[in-house]
Design a protein around this ligand. Structure first.
Ligand SMILES: C[S@@+](CC[C@H](N)C(=O)[O-])C[C@H]1O[C@@H](n2cnc3c(N)ncnc32)[C@H](O)[C@@H]1O
Length: 287
């Protein structure tokens, strides 16, 4: 069960201004631990230290234990050579999944984080965990980083992608990865928070038939027209209020890709119900 502080912070999540110094405070907390020498080079102990901070000091928006297990199990099954996460925050999922990717024989875990201070915190904790050989942190907006890494020939294919950033960007970023042929048959996607706060446009897209996606592309905006399928305006407003960019790329994607997509019910660290949508790209129909 979540402790009091965490639940309270979650209940007031709209008021929690994450970039308020708590992320740097976390670094002081972790590096100030009396057992810091045992923590060095040990991903599980770094995660425990982050959990300690979240429990006793301030709430951090990390993927919880329950949802973390769904993705860790997926890593063990898929054995990705290359995994990408969209939205790294302070590096919790990056350390948990980067370690799992290394254990499964994978080579590279890219953590894409827009906020440069958060990116610096991720790099510091990844280094502390001894995962610097596997993890690469890319600072900048996810779509810009995807394009940059692709154009540099560094990122050639995404075997597994964890989406956990700006909710309205899930669908456009997936479409960009499709267009660049980073996501192809064999790729697997794990999208967080599809119940809390929810992401109807993303779910509609990964569950749509090829025929439906081709029809949408003929629309003037290249999108579906169902007014009920919108990402929560509340989420967009939250970002806009904090002065964070809300513009999205407009890639056509690849409508010919076929996904087998399923909801995996789970819980937020607070105990609130949530789910991860796992979408397996199983084929490509000819155009
Ligand atoms: C929920 S947090 C990620 C938590 C992290 N995956 C974990 O479980 O430990 C979302 C993060 O996405 C970042 N973010 C939001 N929009 C982004 C974008 N367009 N590109 C890259 N990062 C973004 C935010 O700065 C924030 O750190």
């Amino acid at each position: 069960m979540p402790n009091f502080d965490q639940s309270k912070a979650y209940a007031a999540q709209e008021e929690v201004f994450f970039d308020d110094g708590r992320e740097v405070e976390l670094l002081h907390f972790v590096y100030g631990k009396p057992d810091i020498n045992q923590i060095r080079g040990n991903p599980s102990k770094v995660l425990q230290a982050i959990d300690d901070f979240g429990r006793t000091k301030k709430y951090l928006m990390n993927v919880g234990e329950d949802k973390g297990k769904i993705v860790s199990d997926l890593i063990a099954e898929v054995k990705p050579q290359t995994m990408v996460e969209l939205g790294g925050y302070i590096g919790y999922s990056c350390i948990l999944f980067g370690d799992a990717v290394r254990k499964a024989g994978g080579k590279r875990y890219y953590s894409l984080e827009r906020n440069p201070e958060f990116g610096a915190v991720i790099s510091s904790l990844v280094d502390l965990a001894g995962l610097g050989d596997v993890v690469k942190v890319a600072i900048g907006s996810s779509d810009a980083s995807i394009k940059r890494l692709h154009d540099a020939g560094e990122l050639k294919h995404i075997d597994l992608m964890f989406l956990d950033h700006y909710k309205p960007a899930y669908k456009p970023d997936l479409k960009l990865c499709e267009e660049l042929k980073l996501v192809t048959p064999g790729s697997v996607l794990a999208a967080d928070n599809v119940i809390t706060p929810g992401n109807p446009p993303y779910l509609e897209y990964v569950r749509a038939s090829v025929e439906q996606k081709r029809k949408w592309l003929e629309q003037p905006n290249g999108e579906g027209t169902n007014p009920d399928v919108r990402v929560g305006q509340k989420h967009i407003n939250q970002y806009a209020k904090r002065g964070e960019p809300t513009a999205l790329n407009a890639s056509p994607g690849n409508p010919n890709l076929v996904y087998d997509s399923k909801l995996n019910h789970s819980f937020e660290p607070t105990g609130d119900p949530d789910a991860i949508e796992v979408s397996r790209c199983t084929g490509e129909e000819s155009g």
